[in-house]
Design a protein around this ligand. Sequence first.
Ligand code: GP9
Ligand code: MN
Length: 624
Amino acid sequence: MLKKFENVPLYVMATALFGLKTFLVYWLLFDLSIENPLQAFILFINPFASAFFFFALSVWLKEKNQLRLIRYGSLIGTIILWANLMFYRDYTDFLTIPVLFQANNAGDVGNSIFMLFQATDLLLFLDVIIIWYLSKNRSRISVHTRKARVLSFSIILLVMNFTLAEIERPQLLQRTFDREYLVKNIGVFHFHLFDIVQQSLMRSQKVFATEDDTNISEIVDYIEENVKSEQSSELFGVAKDKNLIFISLESLQSFVINNKVNGEEVTPFLNNLIEDSYYFENFYHQTAQGKTSDSEFLVDNSLYPLSGGAVFFTHGQNEYHAIPEILGDKGYSTSVFHANNKDFWNRDVMYTSLGYDHFFDETAFELTEQNQVGWGLKDKDFFDQSIEHLQTLPKPFYSKFITLTNHHPYVLSEEDASIEPFSSESETLNNYFVTARYTDEAIEQFFKQLKETGMYQESIIVLMGDHYGISEYENDALSLYFDKKELTEYESMQLQRVPFIIHIPGEDGKVFSDIAGQINVKPTLLHLLGIDTTDEIGFGVDLFGDKQKEFIAQRDGSFVSDEYVYVNEQCYNRESGERLDTDKGSFELSIPSSPCDPIKEKVIDELKYSDQIIYGDLFRFHTF
Ligand code: GP9
Ligand code: MN
């Protein structure tokens, strides 16, 4: 029987053994959640695809080097896998370059490695021993005449793996999400390669920014001239020494506010709350691929997220001067509540850089079969379980709560649903209203509990939609909901409005109609708490101040100003939605101009300055 395998080339044997071992480790030793058959299939093929890609390279080498590549490749590969496994046992996370090179972390890792070693780990090296043994049999070391064929096959396998991964998670590599997704989809080895490439790109950009040639002073001048206002608002200090409770509303768009579905209000509690709160009806999200994490970044820093990827991932270890750090210096305790993996969006790392004292992640909550839906803990259970933790925090506190139930694909069990779904072709839109209502009820319950525990009176409560929930793919269904023939790009831009509500117990409510966006949250909130921001470097203004921003920029360069909406290189009148560009169909050689052009230039400049701060990690050179 064994005879049959005697002439199987060594690189094929190595692929089979190493691939199978890696798959078994993924399956049995890492706790990777597999949600559907496609994910299971990808998890199965990716270890073989990457092992084959590596071992098949040996066919290009001379006999001696073939042996070396396969022997040492399997040994080193196993050590990498094993190191990840030990790290995982302690951190439920995978190794990354920053983790390895961060001095304090490396110490931790080194220490714990001995404690995390298990005797059975030695079994991981079984295939290495077999490969070394097999490699003694010379007949397996074939001199190949079909090198190109082997190479093409290994590339096909790899492309198949990446294509399936892309189908499973569109934009997997650009958006990165969390390390678990990457490992599940492309395997731990390609994840490391990806990490190395990404980190080196970032590092090289940072290295070129040195103290001497940084243009931080140019940026400061720009901000002084174009962003900052002379006077601070009348409301400066109204919430001095109060707790700041910030609620990030998952995927909630403004169009559900004061709106109905099947004759019922979608968000009755928020509609009511707005009556005695400050409500900004023309407030836009400004996020890009980093979704929730981008909105968190905007809020805490008043800097723009990046045009590609999530800044939480790519620049999680930069120097920042964010709200939690500023409030921490003023004696606040600072925390985040969010019932998801701590490393989703690299939050665990970024929150430390931003200066949060504590992150109540998934492990701080009790999860059961009944209290989870979709992405995890249901919002009502989330707030209910959070209250106890909140009561233990030293006051004053700044605590951010990130809801989850109103997240695509908007699933909810019937007993939790209090309204009927909309009826259209889009299940996404239909159910969106139902989960939005559920979150509305969860917030109502949270307010009740805040009042019962006496925390309500001592706090200001800020609620903000993080980003859109209904994408342009659902435009047909949306136009049915709005009773319109179709939705233009102008209208899609207007749909990027998200609710922003500031509730100060005891203060009357007011609706603000000026254009506003997430970039303005930081100075607005700090001023309410009576904290001076003259020295801050950011691109937002106090929404209660005398001078408002001329434009609210989107990451792709589109924007909204008082008069215009500029989207996809078209200029529209903001009131009427009428297109204002000169006719592009004319044969004249003049460059088409539009009234949006002057603002367009400013938007480009401002985004560029924000990017420079992040890419160069410029706050390293600045004392606040
Ligand atoms: C994940 C949650 C949702 O923890 O914040 O992320 P999103 O997909 O909306 O960015
Ligand atoms: Mn989100």
